[in-house]
Design a protein around this ligand. Structure first.
Ligand code: URA
Length: 236
């Protein structure tokens, strides 16, 4: 890889600023000052800027607060995808969303180019807990909680694992509720179908956490933060 691309990829600075750093002579590879922007390096080379080592980071982890109206996909012919919310320099090769949130679902979505971690989080036998807050058209009550806790059967015969339902607000007059739900699998439209099975409708759905990873309260919709390996390591 070219040294200027490497430094930009490691988020040292933009490609343009990196060119300035190289021209200033503050970039070195294995102790030798870099003279040309076209110099090539490999993973084992030690790169420094002003004497500070810029270690190679192969995998990147971004925690996005997904807004409504964006697809959890890498590309789409006509619709905006979550990848388009990343700054161009963060669109590393192989970056994909970890699992899917529906187009109208908001909240925590992890994006990474670490295929192994992705697999460990979404594989059906891994049971990573996911917590959502939802607004419901219908009165969710203890009966609903019991039905969810027992591992319900969906209309198409899909048997679900037990889910925990916490009722935050009930408005009997307007027949609406606010709830928190914890599920440990990620079946297609799972939460919407669970409420559908008990005659209710999800009108808003927001993911709050996945494993030990929580949506930071100060992270605005459509914004994201990069997580360190330490932060991601304990997610399961
Ligand atoms: N369940 C759903 O129905 N939709 C989501 O986006 C996530 C879980």
């Amino acid at each position: 890889m070219r040294i200027d691309k490497y430094l930009a990829n490691m988020n040292v600075d933009s490609r343009k600023e990196v060119h300035q750093l190289i021209k200033k002579g503050v970039v070195a590879v294995n102790g030798k000052t870099v003279k040309t922007l076209k110099e090539k390096i490999n993973e084992n080379d030690v790169v420094t800027v002003n004497g500070e080592e810029i270690a190679y980071q192969k995998y990147h982890y971004f925690l996005l607060n997904k807004p409504k109206g964006v697809l959890s996909a890498t590309e789409d012919r006509s619709q905006k995808t979550v990848i388009s919310l990343l700054d161009p320099q963060d669109r590393y090769q192989g970056i994909v969303p970890v699992g899917r949130l529906d187009k109208d679902t908001t909240g925590l979505l992890l994006l990474t180019n670490d295929g192994q971690l992705n697999h460990e989080l979404v594989a059906p036998n891994k049971h990573v807990a996911k917590v959502y807050r939802a607004e419901i058209a219908g009165v969710a009550d203890e009966e609903t909680a019991k039905a969810f806790a027992s591992g319900m059967m969906l209309g198409d015969g899909t048997k679900l694992k037990p889910a925990k339902l916490k009722i935050l607000k009930q408005d009997r007059e307007n027949a609406t509720s606010e709830i928190e739900i914890e599920i440990s699998e990620g079946k297609y439209h799972q939460i919407k179908r669970m409420f559908g099975a008990v005659g209710m409708k999800v009108t808003a759905l927001d993911r709050l956490s996945m494993g030990n990873l929580h949506l930071p309260s100060d992270l605005k919709r459509g914004k994201y933060v990069e997580l360190s390996l330490d932060e991601i390591k304990n997610i399961k």
